[in-house]
Design a binder for this molecule. Structure first.
Ligand code: NDP
Length: 292
């Protein structure tokens, strides 16, 4: 069997086009343009690249974006003051604090300072708490996990009763994906660095979401024939044959897995592009919440 390739790039482009059309419609109806503010603390080059691409995506969708940068030695009070200022700014519908922040900053305290109606990254403790509780609805779902679910639900009409394994339990990917799968009525196993017999557990999965940050760790013979594989990993590995001297691979050994799975996301071009698409969707939603 050769797996169907789940095209996250195309899906993300379609979502971005839908958001752009909805924004144009809003503006035509005399409503405000949605606005996204980003907060970047320090000079991590990766974070700068991510934030730049978020601003570019906003521009293309007709969403206003406001970039705020603070130096690496900014104090807790300075970061939180900026967040409070953005909470009060009516042009700003969504606030995105780029993570990780420098280690002297208490991230949870900053995330808690974001107004819940502007929490487009979905990391406010209240939003995450609601995600974990039956009968409660978060206002926003974290973007990468939402992107994984969008691709999965497009692939499988019902996740009900499916055996899902989530490899990784981070706050930003693994744990929220697992909570979303539970909400979709899958039977979920969460694996992490202390789990034993990973191949054995993964071989039972109808759905595998891999988010560990370990290049090609999941081998083809760990995968149940016919499983749907969502590979969140973005890992740089040395490759002298490439102009940049490296290539990007996922957490799953793609060439092997593609022979066994029924559908799989490639890296790059799978989950990666979905994150920004979901951020735009959340920012539009924040503007709509603000209308009410
Ligand atoms: P973290 O490093 O925060 O979490 C990694 C998780 O994997 C932890 O729960 C850890 O376990 C677990 N883990 C690590 N090594 C092993 C192992 N050998 N066996 C089993 N479990 C292990 O990573 P993130 O969740 O932030 O990111 C995961 C991957 O997804 C990365 O490659 C990252 O680049 C990518 N990513 C992609 C995004 C996108 O597509 N837009 C967005 C965010 C991340 P423990 O908890 O025990 O330490």
């Amino acid at each position: 069997m050769t797996a169907k390739i789940i095209d996250g790039k195309l899906t993300a482009e379609n979502i971005r086009a839908e958001v752009a059309a909805a924004v144009a419609e809003r503006v035509k109806a005399g409503k405000s343009k949605p606005g996204l503010a980003t907060v970047l603390v320090g000079d991590d080059p990766g974070s700068h690249t991510y934030v730049r691409s978020k601003h570019k995506a906003c521009l293309e969708a007709g969403i206003e974006s406001f970039g705020h940068e603070l130096p690496a030695n900014a104090t807790q009070a300075e970061v939180e003051q900026l967040v409070m200022q953005l909470n009060a700014d009516p042009r700003v519908n969504g606030i995105l604090v780029q993570l990780p922040m420098p280690s002297h900053i208490d991230e949870e305290s900053v995330l808690k300072a974001i107004s819940i109606e502007k929490d487009v990254d979905g990391f406010h403790p209240l939003n995450i708490g609601r995600l974990a509780q039956k009968g409660r609805e978060p206002l926003f779902i974290p973007c990468t996990p939402a992107g994984c679910m969008y691709l999965l639900e497009k692939e499988l009409p019902s996740l009900e009763g499916a055996n899902a394994v989530v490899l990784g339990r981070s706050n930003i990917v693994g744990m929220p994906v697992a909570l979303l799968l539970v909400r979709a009525n899958a039977t979920v196993t969460i694996c992490h660095s202390r789990s034993r017999n990973l191949p054995e557990i993964i071989r039972k999965a109808d759905i595998l979401v891999a988010a560990v940050g370990r290049p090609e760790m999941v081998k083809g013979d760990w995968i149940k024939p016919g499983a749907v594989v969502i590979d969140v990993g973005i890992n740089h590995v040395d490759d002298a044959s490439r102009p940049k001297g490296y290539r990007i691979v996922g957490d799953v050994a793609y060439d092997e897995a593609v022979q066994v799975a029924s559908a799989i996301t490639p890296v790059p071009g799978g989950v990666g592009p979905m994150t920004i698409a979901m951020l735009l969707k959340n920012t539009l939603r924040a503007a709509e919440i603000n209308d009410k």
